[in-house]
Design a protein around this ligand. Structure first.
Ligand SMILES: C[S@@+](CC[C@H](N)C(=O)[O-])C[C@H]1O[C@@H](n2cnc3c(N)ncnc32)[C@H](O)[C@@H]1O
Length: 274
C-alpha cells in the first residue's frame, strides 16, 4: 500500500484499524443515506466499470453490483475490505489508500468516494487521483459533511461541553492542505483536480437511529469523539454518557430512536477531455 505521508493519515489508519464492525453498527446507515444520490451523480448503471473508493463495508459497492455494474472497491482499512468482500462476492476488492490507487489512468466509467475526502490528509491529491482513474466521458461523485456541522453532528460538541470533561482538540487536516467543507469548497476541489461540468448539491434529512447504536461508535473509538475518549478513565466516560443521554432526550421519537437533522454536500464532475 502507499506510504503514509501526513500525520492526519497516520491518525486515520489508527482510528479505523479493526473497526469495520463498529462502523457498520453505528455510522454506516448515516453515510448510506445518500447512497442512491451518489450513485446517480456517478451515473452508475449496468455494465459500467465502477470503482468505490473508501468503500467501508461496501454500501455503495453492493448497490452498484445490484444495478449490474462491474464493481471494484478499495479501502485503506483491511477489516473494511474484508467486510466488502463478504457483502459483494462478485466484486474485485482491494486494500488501497488515497492518494495512490493501484489502477492505470482511465480504468473506470464511474468513481465514487462517499464521505472519504473528509478522511484524507491531502484532499487535493486524493481528488486528483479519483480523476486520474476515471475514463474520458466517465464520472466522479463524492460526498463530505459540511462545516459548520449540522445538528446531528453538532450534538457531540454540546455533549462534551455539558459533561465538563476536557478533551484534547480533534485531529485536523493540516491547514495548508485543507479545503472549505462547503458546496463552493468541494466544487473548487474537484475543479482543481481537473474535473469539468462540476455540479454540487446539498442533501438534508433527519437521521433516525437507535441511541445505543449511535453511542457505540465513539464508545468503540470511532471518529474524532471516539479517539479522544479512548484514554479516558471509566468515570469520565460515564459523565460523557450521562451528558449524551441528556442531549438526546428532547430528540427521542415514540420508538425510542434519536431523530436529528443533518445534511451532506455531494458533488460530481467528469475528466477534462484530453
Ligand atoms: C466514513 S467511512 C465511509 C465508508 C463508505 N464509503 C460508506 O459510505 O459507508 C470512510 C471510509 O474511508 C476509508 N478511508 C479513510 N481514508 C482513506 C484513504 N486515504 N484511502 C482509502 N480509504 C480511506 C476508511 O477506512 C473508511 O472505510
Amino acid at each position: 500500500m502507499a506510504e503514509i505521508t501526513t500525520n492526519f493519515d497516520s491518525y486515520e489508519r489508527r482510528m479505523w484499524a479493526g473497526r469495520a464492525a463498529a462502523y457498520t453498527r453505528s455510522a454506516a446507515s448515516l453515510c448510506g443515506a445518500v447512497r442512491d444520490q451518489v450513485l446517480d451523480l456517478a451515473e452508475v448503471a449496468g455494465g459500467k466499470r465502477m470503482l468505490d473508493v473508501g468503500t467501508g463495508p461496501g454500501t455503495l459497492a453492493a448497490a452498484a453490483a445490484a444495478l449490474g455494474a462491474v464493481v471494484t472497491a478499495v479501502d485503506a482499512e483491511p477489516s473494511m475490505a474484508e467486510a466488502t468482500r463478504l457483502a459483494v462476492p462478485g466484486a474485485d476488492v482491494r486494500v488501497a489508500m488515497l492518494p495512490d490507487l493501484p489502477f492505470p489512468a482511465g480504468s473506470f466509467d464511474a468513481v465514487t468516494a462517499n464521505f472519504v475526502l473528509n478522511h484524507v490528509g491531502d484532499p487535493a491529491a486524493a481528488a486528483r487521483e479519483l480523476a486520474r482513474v476515471t475514463a474520458a466521458g466517465g464520472r466522479v461523485a463524492v460526498s463530505v459533511w459540511p462545516q459548520p456541522p449540522p445538528p446531528l453532528q453538532a450534538l457531540w460538541g454540546e455533549v462534551v461541553a455539558d459533561s465538563g470533561i476536557p478533551l484534547p482538540e480533534a485531529p485536523r487536516v493540516e491547514a495548508d492542505r485543507d479545503f472549505p467543507r462547503t458546496p463552493e469548497g468541494l466544487a473548487a476541489l474537484l475543479r482543481a483536480a481537473g474535473l469539468e461540468a462540476v455540479r454540487v448539491e446539498t442533501v438534508s434529512w433527519t437521521h433516525r437511529v437507535d441511541p445505543e447504536a449511535w453511542w457505540s461508535g465513539p464508545a468503540n473509538g470511532l471518529g474524532a469523539m471516539g479517539t479522544r475518549m479512548l484514554d479516558l478513565p471509566p468515570g469520565s466516560v460515564a459523565l460523557i454518557r450521562a451528558a449524551f443521554d441528556r442531549g438526546i432526550a428532547p430528540h427521542l421519537d415514540g420508538d425510542g430512536r434519536v431523530g436529528l437533522p443533518t445534511s451532506a454536500v455531494l458533488a460530481c464532475g467528469r475528466p477534462a477531455a484530453g
